[in-house]
Design a protein around this ligand. Structure first.
Ligand code: FAD
Length: 407
């Protein structure tokens, strides 16, 4: 009884805020950005955020009510190409540098922008001005991707999935104009009405194998990257509750890691060369002194107590990067052949949601819906926000993104 009352109260709060928003702002007559700003001011950006930070402090499923009412009132649908960030600006709690300094004293909070090559004499310039920062209090990170992948595989097995490890697909077969299965390098054949290409950095080769690569408007290819795990300075360890930091000012990202370490990677600033590959089977997986020095020296600018470690600890690895750094979750020109690839270095955390995307795309095909013509949507279970999957179409016009691992 008490739950029902509190749900009703929360719903009434959201409805009152919607009434007030729409009474003062007509989405049909005003600029979309201004309307989104008003939406934030009324606590209707993400209703589960705190009051004063774009929310009303109520249950997240009520976002669905907001979406439905605002769409009916004529508000522009969210631009599918920016679904990760469309509401991020107005919904992230903003903290100026004083707040950042207080929370994490290990930070140098001056500006270094734009990112520079370490050989550039200006790299040594003093920081100027003061940064402002955006802090998302609802985000977090997972520290053991291997365990998480293992858990996902275990859950899939419980639902009937079977895994074949150390087997290589060498052919995608067709029956007339539709996909019919795969052939392994060993010669084993598997008949299947649905084949999904989730081959990571090898996915472009598999799309070529299936004969669907050339029809794509957004392409993808392997990019070699290096990520390092140096010792974390005092004040920026897991026990300090240190956050993930996207430091576009210096062109890096970093976060605390188990064992008093950091994980540090780059955000592909314009001054750094990018190492795209043609062949995901032919590359060097050891870390380089050149990359290491660049990343460590930049990090030392943001965390002055960091010091420069002498031991290279890190990995060389491959991203599967699309032209616009947005993934490809889509059907293809070959009926039954789907793709979940082009993850551009950042989609591990979305894996469960991607499963729902792919299921929705496959079910649409089974119902005779052509997603290329009538794009399908997935409703965010927790946010109540619709996600239009045309954002991940292979036929999309390239999205206007930061062009780096942050998407
Ligand atoms: C250094 C690094 C850091 C990253 N950091 C993050 C992060 O912080 N957060 C985040 O969300 N994401 C991160 N990512 C991205 C994330 O790892 C990928 O998005 C994710 O692993 C993609 O999963 P996947 O299953 O699609 O592909 P993968 O994990 O690449 O798996 C593809 C699988 O396909 C197999 N395969 C390939 N070709 C064939 C074939 N012919 N036959 C049979 N099997 C084949 C491969 O062996 C592999 O097992 C990072 C990636 C890298 C490289």
């Amino acid at each position: 009884m008490s739950t029902a009352t509190s749900v009703d109260t929360a719903k009434a709060t959201v409805e009152a805020a919607l009434d007030a928003l729409l009474a003062a702002n007509d989405p049909k007559k005003m600029d979309n950005v201004a309307f989104r700003g008003a939406r934030y001011d009324h606590g209707l950006a993400w209703v589960h955020f705190p009051e004063g930070c774009g929310g009303l402090g109520v249950r997240p499923d009520l976002n669905r009510l907001v979406e439905e009412r605002l769409r009916k009132a004529g508000a522009a649908p969210q631009d599918p190409a920016t679904f990760f960030i469309a509401l991020a600006g107005p919904t992230i709690a903003t903290h100026g540098s004083e707040e950042v300094k207080k929370r994490w004293p290990a930070f140098e909070t001056g500006k270094f922008y734009p990112p520079k090559a370490i050989e550039d004499p200006a790299f040594a310039d003093d920081p100027y001005d003061q940064l402002s920062a955006l802090f998302d209090p609802l985000s977090g990170f997972m520290d053991d991707p291997m365990l998480a992948a293992h858990n996902l595989a275990h859950a899939a097995k419980q639902h009937g999935a079977e895994f074949l490890f150390h087997k290589e697909v060498s052919e995608i077969t067709r029956d007339g104009d539709v996909v019919s299965g795969v052939v392994l390098k060993t010669g084993e054949r598997f008949e299947a009405p649905i084949v999904i290409n989730a081959a990571g950095p090898h996915a472009a080769a598999i799309n070529r194998m299936a004969g669907v690569y050339d029809e794509m408007k957004v392409h993808h290819r392997p990019l070699r990257q290096e990520v390092f795990s140096p010792p974390a300075p005092k004040g920026f360890r897991l026990e300090d509750n240190a956050p993930v930091v996207a430091d576009l000012d210096l062109g890096q990202y970093f976060r605390p890691h188990m064992g008093d370490l950091l994980n540090v990677g780059t955000t592909e600033p314009a001054c750094d060369p990018l190492h795209f590959l043609d062949d995901a089977d032919n590359w060097n997986d050891s870390v380089s002194v050149e990359f290491f020095e660049r990343v460590m020296l930049r990090l030392a600018r943001r965390l002055p107590d960091f010091g420069i470690p002498h031991k290279l600890l890190g990995i060389g690895a491959l991203y599967d990067v699309t032209d616009d750094w947005i993934p490809l979750y889509d059907k293809s020109s070959l009926p039954g052949f789907f793709m979940a690839c082009g993850t551009s270095g950042n989609q591990f955390k979305n894996a469960p949601l991607v499963g729902k995307f792919m299921r929705t795309l496959i079910e649409a095909q089974e119902q005779g819906i052509d997603h290329d013509v009538t794009p399908v949507e997935v409703m965010g279970e927790f946010t109540g926000m619709p996600i239009n999957l045309s954002a991940f179409s292979r036929l999309r016009t390239q999205a206007d993104t930061a062009g780096n691992v942050m998407g």
